[in-house]
Write a protein that binds this ligand. Structure first.
Ligand code: UDP
Length: 239
C-alpha cells in the first residue's frame, strides 16, 4: 500500500553523536533504543527507510586520537566506527520487530552484506530498513557524502538530517547567538556561499546537482521524525 506521507522513500542521516546520549563517547543503549523507536514509527507508516549513521561518537579521521596517523588509516578507522554504530542500531530495530539489513561499503561478509545496488533496492521494496555502513568506503569523505550518494542511488525523495540540540539551519550558531534566525527554506548555493553548517561542501554539491532536498530537523523531540514525514514540526528545507 502507498503511505499517506510526504515521502515514500527517505534517507535518514544521523551523526554518531546522536547515539551517545549525555556520555562524551560511545553508545548509550537507551538513546539507541529511542532512535530505533523513532524509526519504527515511521516504518509503521509504510515509508521505505534508508539510514546512514556517522561514527564521530567512536572515531573521526581528523580527531585528536588520530594524531600522528596517516590520514587514510585514520579515515578507515572512522569507517569501521560507523559499522559498529550500524550494528547497534540494527540490533535495536530488530528488537522492536523491524527487519533490517546492514550494508557495508567495505566488504566484511561475516558482519554485513556487501553493497549491491539492486539488492538494496529489493530490501527496501520488502520494507527492510537498509543501514548503509562504512561510509562511501573511501577516505577523505564523510558520512554526509555517503548519505547523499546512497540517497541518490536508492532514488530517495529526500535526505532527512536528524540533528541533536538544534531544529534546523540557522543564519548563525543558535547556541552562541540568541538572535540567530532559523531558515524555513534555504538554497544549496546559499548554504555553500554562507558556509552554513548543514553538511560538508561536497555532500551539499552532490545533493544540489541531483536536486535532492535536505530536511534538517531536531531529533530531540519524541515523535519528531514521524512529524516531519507528515509535514509537522519545525525544520529547514534545503533545496
Ligand atoms: N569516513 C571516511 N569516508 C567516508 C565516511 C566516513 O573516511 O565515506 C571516516 C572519516 O574519518 C570520518 C569518520 O569516518 O571522520 C566518521 O564519519 P563522520 O565524521 O561523517 O561521522 P559523524 O560526524 O556523522 O558522526
Amino acid at each position: 500500500e502507498t503511505p499517506q506521507t510526504a515521502y515514500k522513500r527517505v534517507m535518514l542521516k544521523i551523526s554518531g553523536e546522536a547515539l551517545m546520549g549525555d556520555q562524551g563517547y560511545g553508545l548509550h543503549p537507551p538513546t539507541v533504543e529511542r532512535i530505533a523507536r523513532e524509526v519504527k514509527t515511521v516504518h509503521d507508516l509504510g515509508v521505505e527507510i534508508c539510514m546512514v549513521i556517522g561514527g564521530g561518537n567512536i572515531f573521526r579521521g581528523l580527531s585528536g586520537s588520530a594524531q600522528g596517523m596517516e590520514r587514510t588509516t585514520a579515515d578507515y578507522m572512522g569507517m569501521l566506527a560507523t559499522v559498529m554504530n550500524a550494528l547497534a542500531v540494527q540490533s535495536a530495530l530488530e528488537g522492536l520487530g523491524v527487519f533490517t539489513r546492514v550494508i557495508s561499503a567495505i566488504r566484511m561478509d561475516e558482519i554485513a552484506e556487501p553493497y549491491i545496488r539492486r539488492r538494496a533496492v529489493r530490501h527496501l521494496e520488502k520494507k527492510r530498513v537498509c543501514i548503509f555502513a562504512a561510509g562511501t568506503g573511501n577516505p577523505y569523505f564523510t558520512t554526509d557524502t555517503a548519505a547523499t550518494l546512497r540517497a541518490n542511488e536508492m532514488n530517495c525523495e529526500a535526505i532527512l538530517m536528524g540533528k541533536n540540540g538544534v531544529d534546523g539551519v540557522y543564519d548563525k550558531d543558535p547556541k552562541e547567538h540568541s538572535d540567530a534566525v532559523r531558515y524555513d527554506h534555504v538554497s544549496y548555493d546559499d548554504v555553500l556561499a554562507k558556509r552554513l553548517r548543514v553538511m560538508d561542501a561536497s555532500a551539499i554539491a552532490l545533493a544540489r546537482d541531483n536536486n535532492l532536498p535536505l530536511i534538517v530537523f531536531g531529533l530531540d523531540e519524541p515523535g519528531g521524525f514521524k512529524g516531519i514525514l507528515s509535514g509537522q514540526g519545525t525544520y529547514t528545507k534545503v533545496g
